[in-house]
Every structure is written in structure tokens, then in C-alpha cells.
Ligand binder design. Structure first.
Ligand code: AMP
Length: 193
């Protein structure tokens, strides 16, 4: 059985996490942020060290490690009946993040809609990421060079997912609108199914 899934896709700083958290408060929607799963790891473990190694360079953690962690994490959530796949839909934030991951996840998720949080002005993203770094103590957002590398990684590796899922599934939303308008656009699309 595949998990009914909505994807949040957007550059770092586009508001995926904010939207994901809001959507996750709606009954029957289950928010899962891959970045949050990585950040919760014990940094003394081999996988925790891998995360620090790659994220501090603005790069993606290798697919094999990421997919194994994701499967284990979802398995755990199902096991403790936190995520209930028969009645809940997944809202995935930050995964899949490139084409190989999307292909690996094909047998796991039934993607109903992809919400593309679009920011036309790259400098706005940099400003938003800098503000977040101050508030949330995120080392991968701490310096300008890493921020730029994260944005390049998004352009090169994550953006091709828009073509992979295609125009029927992708809804592009202006992420610079007030957050409540972004929520409205996403929720309307989910309701209209
Ligand atoms: P995020 O909070 O989503 O921007 O993720 C922070 C960092 O975690 C990224 O820069 C990556 O190093 C790592 N990461 C998060 N999601 C993935 C993923 N799906 N694949 C590989 N690395 C990821």
C-alpha cells in the first residue's frame, strides 16, 4: 500500500517548514520534514556525522543514507500509531529532494499534489534564510557561502522534480504572499482534490 502524499517543494527559505507545520495541525494530515529528522539525530553517531558533513557544505546527504533513515523513521511512526497510513495523508517537506530519491520513493508514496513554493527573487531568499539562522541556531544557514551553495543545490538537484511530477500534479504558489494566503492556496487545492 502506498502512502497518500502531498509534497512541499521550494528553495531553502521559501517557507516549506512553516507551511508544513501549519498543515500538520490539521487532522488527517501528517507533516514530516526530512531536515527536522536529520537535525534530531545524535551528532555522535555515524549518520549524525554524515549529516553535519554534508549539510555544513550546503549539500544533500547521500541518497542511500537518506532513504534508509526515512524508511526507518516512517516505520517507527506507523509502529507507534502516530502516523496512521489508512486514514492519514503525508505532507512531505524536503523529501524527495532529487530525481534518484523520487524514483526510489515511487513504490512508497502516491503523490496527489506537489505544492511548489516559488520565490522569484533569490535575494529575498537569502534575507529570509539569514533571519532564520539568527532565530533557530541553524549552522547550515550561518554563512553567506553555505546559503548560496544550498540555493545552487536546490536549482540543480531539486527543481528538476517539477518536470518529473509534471504540470497536472504541480501547483505553483507565490511564496512571497502573506503566509495565510499560501495556506489558503494549499488547503483549497487539497479540499478540491
Ligand atoms: P532542510 O531543513 O530541509 O533545508 O534540510 C537541511 C539539510 O538536511 C539539507 O541541506 C541537507 O543537507 C539535509 N537534507 C534534508 N532533506 C534531505 C534529503 N531529502 N536528501 C538529502 N539531504 C537532505
Amino acid at each position: 500500500m502506498k502512502y497518500r502524499t502531498y509534497l512541499l517543494l521550494g528553495a531553502p527559505g521559501s517557507g516549506k517548514g512553516t507551511q508544513g507545520k501549519i498543515l500538520g495541525t490539521i487532522p488527517r494530515l501528517f507533516h514530516l520534514s526530512m531536515g527536522d529528522v536529520f537535525r534530531a539525530l545524535d551528532t555522535r553517531t555515524p549518520i549524525g556525522k554524515k549529516f553535519i558533513e554534508f549539510s555544513s557544505r550546503g549539500q544533500l546527504v547521500p541518497d542511500e543514507v537518506t532513504m534508509e533513515l526515512l524508511r526507518a523513521h516512517i516505520g517507527h511512526l506507523v509502529g507507534i500509531h502516530s502516523f496512521k497510513p489508512d486514514i492519514d495523508a503525508l505532507v512531505l517537506d524536503g523529501v524527495p529532494r532529487n530525481l534518484p530519491q523520487a524514483k526510489i520513493m515511487k513504490d512508497m508514496i502516491d503523490v496527489r499534489k506537489v505544492f511548489h513554493l516559488s520565490v522569484s527573487d533569490q535575494e529575498q531568499l537569502v534575507t529570509r534564510i539569514r533571519k532564520r539562522a539568527l532565530k533557530e541556531n541553524r549552522f547550515d544557514d550561518a554563512n553567506e557561502e553555505t546559503i548560496r551553495l544550498r540555493l545552487v543545490t536546490y536549482e540543480n538537484e531539486s527543481k528538476p522534480l517539477l518536470d518529473f511530477y509534471g504540470p497536472k500534479k504541480v501547483l505553483t504558489i507565490d511564496a512571497l504572499q502573506p503566509p495565510v494566503n499560501v495556506v489558503r492556496d494549499i488547503v483549497t487545492a487539497i479540499v478540491e482534490g
